[in-house]
Design a protein around this ligand. Structure first.
Ligand SMILES: Cc1cc2nc3c(=O)[nH]c(=O)nc-3n(C[C@H](O)[C@H](O)[C@H](O)COP(=O)(O)OP(=O)(O)OC[C@H]3O[C@@H](n4cnc5c(N)ncnc54)[C@H](O)[C@@H]3O)c2cc1C
Length: 453
């Protein structure tokens, strides 16, 4: 009889694990606590918006240069519907205006002094500080550190706070000062490990990327990323059980019994693809020490509010992908993606679709606002930033405790965790966004590896 694999958690990591186990001829079951699979991925029609397509409620794209999602889409028959962004530039809200992000840059880190000066985002003193630092040689970075520890001395505080933190802190609903450079910004870690001037290291990366470039950096999926989840669900069929929260694991000879509200599932191997605090609770009876770093892993709360309105009701031409907001600007929003300009599949020719994000680990103001006040405040900020007029149709999608915050040493802690679980709970594997990457390609990579383990 083939291996019985029980996967706990039906987000993309768990589904990818089950898909891979199934592909290898193993007998896989996915147990998902809620009534829908997909976890942090969903897409849906917006009530009252008169849009002829569903719109993503969280991730609307994924890195294409990490090929795992593209490969999975091809395997699932979705390859023809992969789309790339229009390539439009992005902006920063700074000093009362939207200003184009200076180019070139790597993960939001600029390295051309003239471009930074011309952007209008940084003061003359900030530009001078940046110019003093960007060419200064530094010793190669050894070991992990936070993005702030590494980059503040190399670019100056102002460039860090107005250009780098809005991207690297913002996408994690966190703070670039606390983010592990190894786990959260591997390209920048590589540049810092090279030593020498940051400008040279980043320029070398851009040159290499240009030489190797053979396609878009990002992809999305026409019809929304939910289609990946639905296609995985269709492949797995009755192997996916929703509404079945896992409560505990017990040893069962050389294997395991996975206990849920409805009964028990025998397993030769168990893949835990649940958020860190849930995984911590499941392993703590047998591996209490290993559970501690998981239980301590902080998560960011984010909210995505989608505004839909006639294009004529917005003064700004929305000639770009959207904008980021440095925390120094004091707005509630952290970013605004102009989905109808960024993606052709979200442009019906009539509507502007603005996906506005709020929430950082150190800014929970949105959590204290009722839905009406949240929308009113973000709407006021759209009036200020893009000249919104009229009353948009709105959808609020809260994502509480959704984005794991990788602190320095995170990857070492993952290695130690894997080793401890392998030693104390043989046959149990941990995977998911809380481990080695929260982007969709990393989740698919980790999930498939866990399913094949
Ligand atoms: C607002 C937002 C925007 C994002 N944008 C992007 C983007 O543009 N590009 C990108 O690449 N990534 C993006 N991400 C990140 C990415 O979507 C997530 O990191 C990824 O989807 C996480 O998948 P996962 O399967 O590891 O975890 P999850 O999606 O959290 O899945 C875990 C699953 O476990 C289930 N579960 C919990 N407890 C139990 C239990 N006891 N028993 C059974 N099941 C249980 C949960 O219900 C859930 O379904 C974004 C995330 C958010 C929140």
């Amino acid at each position: 009889m083939s291996d019985r694999v029980v996967v706990v958690g039906g987000g993309i990591s768990g589904l990818a694990a089950a898909y891979e186990a199934d592909r290898l001829g193993r007998n896989a079951v996915v147990l998902e606590a809620t009534d829908r699979v997909g976890g942090k991925i969903d897409s849906g029609f917006i009530d009252g918006a008169d849009l002829p397509f569903p719109v993503d409620m969280a991730a609307d794209g994924f890195l294409a240069r990490q090929p795992e999602v593209v490969e999975l889409c091809n395997e699932l028959g979705l390859g023809d519907d992969l789309v790339s962004p229009t390539g439009a530039r992005a902006f920063i809200w700074a000093n009362g205006a939207l200003r184009a992000i200076p180019s070139p840059s790597v993960l939001g880190v600029p390295f051309d002094v003239d471009a930074v000066a011309a952007s209008g985002i940084v003061s003359a003193a900030g530009v001078a500080d940046f110019a003093d630092r960007i060419d200064t040689a530094a010793a190669p970075l050894a070991g992990d550190a936070s993005v702030g520890e590494v980059l503040r001395p190399r670019v100056g505080n102002e460039v860090f706070e107005r250009l780098i933190d809005p991207l690297l802190g913002g996408i994690n609903a966190g703070n670039a000062d606390g983010l592990s450079i190894d786990a959260g910004a591997a390209q920048l870690a590589e540049a810092a490990q090279a030593g020498g001037s940051l400008r040279d290291a980043l320029q070398a990366q851009v040159n290499r990327a240009q030489a190797a470039a053979s396609g878009p950096v990002f992809n999305g999926l026409e019809g929304g990323n939910r289609r990946i989840i639905d296609a995985l669900g269709t492949k797995l069929g009755e192997q996916v059980r929703t509404g079945e929260a896992v409560l505990g694991l017990e040893r069962n000879g050389t294997g395991w019994l996975v206990r849920t509200e409805r009964g028990t599932h025998p397993a030769d191997r168990v893949v835990l693809a649940t958020p860190a605090w849930i995984t911590a609770g499941l392993i703590s009876p047998l591996a209490p020490d290993a559970a501690v770093p998981l239980a301590n892993l902080a998560y960011g709360d984010a909210v995505l509010v989608t505004f839909v309105i006639d294009k004529a009701q917005i003064d700004h031409p929305l000639d770009g992908a959207g904008f980021l907001v440095p925390r120094t600007e004091g707005l509630l929003m952290t970013a605004c993606s102009w989905a109808s300009s960024k993606w052709n599949h979200y442009d019906d020719g009539r509507h502007a679709i603005l996906r506005v994000s709020a929430g950082r680990t150190d800014d929970g103001r949105w959590l204290d606002l009722n839905p009406d006040n949240l929308v009113a405040q973000l709407r006021d900020e759209l009036v200020e930033t893009v000249g919104l007029r009229g009353e948009p149709t709105v959808r609020i999608t809260p994502w509480r405790q959704s984005l794991p915050q990788y602190r320095p040493g995170h990857l070492d802690r993952c290695d130690a965790l894997d080793a401890a679980v392998a030693a104390t709970m043989p046959g149990v594997v941990l995977t998911g966004a809380q481990m080695r990457g929260l982007g969709l390609p990393a989740c698919v990579r980790q999930g498939r590896a866990a399913g094949a383990a």
